[in-house]
Design a protein around this ligand. Structure first.
Ligand code: ZN
Length: 123
């Protein structure tokens, strides 16, 4: 049974998602979908680069509906893949590499999240 997010938790989640997108734009638009626990094969999250016709390219992040903290952490993890994609010009449609490029992006996002008042983590 997937726990339902409270209205407050949902608001905070959307706020973090939008703030991350704004502060750290990815190379392509990022679409997010949440799925119920039993449909996601034990993965908390996943990211794909969708480019069916080379005109409408976007990242698609799937998040499992679970606790707010886990969803945030998973979103930051997956979003870092989108940013590392930009960094590495990775042409693959699936990112499961947790290399240095990903780790650098993840650390930026994580730092922003643990210190939300810090509008510019690079200074
Ligand atoms: Zn990953």
């Amino acid at each position: 049974m997937a726990p339902n997010l409270s209205v407050e938790a949902r608001k905070r989640l959307i706020k973090v998602i939008n703030k991350v997108k704004k502060m750290f734009p990815a190379a392509y638009p990022v679409k997010i979908k949440t799925v119920k626990k039993n449909r996601s094969k034990q993965n908390y999250g996943r990211i794909q680069l969708v480019d069916k016709d080379k005109k409408n390219i976007y990242f698609h992040i799937t998040l499992m509906q679970t606790d707010y903290e886990i969803m945030i952490d998973t979103y930051l993890h997956e979003y870092a893949h989108a940013l590392a994609w930009k960094l590495l010009h990775n042409e693959s449609n699936d990112a499961e590499f947790h290399d240095e490029g990903w780790a650098i992006e993840y650390s930026k996002l994580y730092r922003m999240f643990i210190d939300p008042g810090n509008e510019n983590p690079n200074t």
